[in-house]
Design a protein around this ligand. Structure first.
Ligand SMILES: C[S@@+](CC[C@H](N)C(=O)[O-])C[C@H]1O[C@@H](n2cnc3c(N)ncnc32)[C@H](O)[C@@H]1O
Length: 245
């Protein structure tokens, strides 16, 4: 019987027992990439399909980006969402809407998450005027709030922070600590409150990320709605600078 043989642009034969989905992507890859590396790519694709259960589209993308491994699901999600404040505070710097785009509640609840492990943590920053909404977002994303982390804000010179607020002046922020599946903190001595200087509008301090990294060493860590990168993290957001955006 005649073997079916697909060929790349340089006439090298591709193996006939290759799954047709893989063959299609491989041929596309060969058309796009240098034909010299085609057979090496095929070998790596076949190995990675064995490893990950056959998601060849994802694997091809990972290879195209020069990455040997397909993405691992996030164990930790950090999110500081652009909550839809209804404040109409006067002045150029007062109120979130003057600093970045906001999302409405439906968009936040339906926000497209990266791949998240079935046993995972969500650290969700909330604002005082939208407590119920924060619980709704945690639930919509498949997490259960378990405890909270309070950031006691201070100035750069160590004085008590005197922020804005409608009824009371804000001196702290709250991050809901939510989980799904089976997770265990690596340390049992982390307190619910930490103190750190406030920086740029709504920026969260390094001390917070250090607590997360101590509680859940190794990640993988993903930050949504980020504005800056952190080594070892995938930081995503429409204002995020640099790699990982
Ligand atoms: C509360 S701020 C987060 C600030 C961040 N925690 C920091 O430390 O700088 C919310 C961020 O979400 C961004 N954002 C708004 N809509 C977005 C969207 N659809 N996708 C991604 N990021 C979005 C905003 O531009 C803003 O940078």
């Amino acid at each position: 019987m005649r073997r079916e043989v697909a060929r790349n642009t340089q006439g090298q034969a591709l193996e006939s027992n290759m799954p047709s989905k893989l063959k299609r992507h491989t041929l596309e890859e060969i058309k796009e990439g240098p034909a010299l590396h085609a057979m090496e790519k095929i070998k790596r694709l076949r190995a990675s399909i064995g490893r990950h259960g056959g998601d060849s589209v994802r694997d091809v993308r990972a290879l195209r980006d020069g990455d040997d491994e397909a993405p691992r699901p996030a164990k930790v999600l950090v999110a500081d969402p652009p909550w839809p404040f209804r404040d109409r505070l006067p002045g150029p710097g007062r109120g979130a809407v003057k600093h970045y785009n906001l999302l409405d509640m439906e968009a936040l609840k339906a926000f497209s998450l990266p791949l998240v492990a079935s046993d995972a943590w969500l650290f969700l920053w909330r604002v005082a005027s939208m407590q119920r909404e924060a619980l709704d977002v945690a639930e919509a994303w498949g997490f259960t709030p378990k405890t909270e982390l309070v950031w006691k804000k201070i100035t750069k010179t160590g004085k008590r922070w005197f922020g804005m607020g409608h009824y009371l002046r804000a001196e702290h922020e709250v991050c809901l600590v939510c989980v799904r599946g089976q997770v265990k903190p690596a340390l049992r001595n982390v307190r619910t409150m930490f103190e750190a200087p406030a920086g740029r509008h709504s920026a969260k301090p390094d001390a917070f990320y250090e607590i997360v990294e101590k509680l859940v060493p190794g990640g993988p860590y993903v930050e949504l709605f980020a504005r800056r990168q952190r080594p070892g993290w995938a930081c995503l957001g429409d204002e995020a600078q640099g790699e990982g955006t």
